[in-house]
Design a protein around this ligand. Structure first.
Ligand SMILES: O=C(CO)COP(=O)(O)O
Ligand SMILES: [Zn+2]
Length: 215
């Protein structure tokens, strides 16, 4: 995709997330790989509702900031996904309410954060790792993602928010929406003993859609 169209797409999809309450205020950050192998990313302190295509932070392929405003403080987190997953074309981080709520529920599975309630979460996210709490901007989050060796496309930062990589901006946004919706379902049905997908049904989804589902 041409640079100008990619800039537009980042801002349009970020605004869509903001308008639907998926991240508020000046929270969250979003990035995408350019055709030249660089990265466009939301500047620090900006609102998803009002990103300016012309002011996105622009890194060249060697990681040098070549134009735009100063980048998100979560750049190490975004870079960790690009460096460990060659398939990553975009990364989105939100402060989405229900997934943050679910991250604080005692006993949540650290290796498989989302319960298997619906097929699309499995198809679009695989297993989501719950990482511990870090202070926003702590580069240790990037190190934690590097420690996953590219095996996960999505992580949840406890008490903070999800971070999801996708092949492009649309795929990353679709996947993070699925993460939030599933966490919402988990919160809604908590204590109601919902009929989750069975291991055989999970296996069918994983097999039919070629999902990477680590043991
Ligand atoms: O969500 C955020 C930090 O985790 C927002 O930070 P930035 O404004 O630096 O992108
Ligand atoms: Zn954040």
């Amino acid at each position: 995709m041409a640079d100008a169209a990619l800039r537009e797409q980042i801002c349009i999809l970020a605004k869509s997330l903001f308008d639907r309450g998926l991240t508020g205020g000046s929270t969250g950050n979003i990035s995408a790989r350019t055709a030249e192998g660089g990265i466009l990313v939301s500047p620090t302190g900006t609102s998803f509702g009002r990103l300016d295509p012309a002011r996105l932070s622009h890194f060249d392929r060697s990681g040098r900031l070549i134009d735009g405003d100063p980048p998100t403080k979560e750049m190490p987190l975004h870079a960790a996904f690009y460096d460990t997953r060659s398939s990553a074309g975009a990364v989105v981080h939100l402060h989405s309410c229900h997934s943050v709520a679910w991250s604080m529920v005692p006993g949540v599975d650290l290796d498989n954060f989302l319960p298997p309630l619906t097929p699309y979460a499995i198809m679009k996210l695989g297993k989501v790792k719950l990482l511990p709490f870090y202070v926003p901007g702590d580069p240790a989050m990037g190190e934690a993602v590097r420690g996953l060796a590219g095996k996960r496309s999505a992580v949840m930062l406890a008490n903070h928010g999800p971070v999801v990589a996708g092949k492009d901006v649309e795929a990353a946004c679709n996947a993070v929406e699925e993460l939030e919706d599933t966490a919402r379902l988990a919160m809604m049905t908590r204590g109601l003993h919902p009929n989750a997908l069975t291991p055989a049904q999970i296996n069918d989804v994983v097999t039919d859609f070629g999902v990477v589902w680590p043991d």
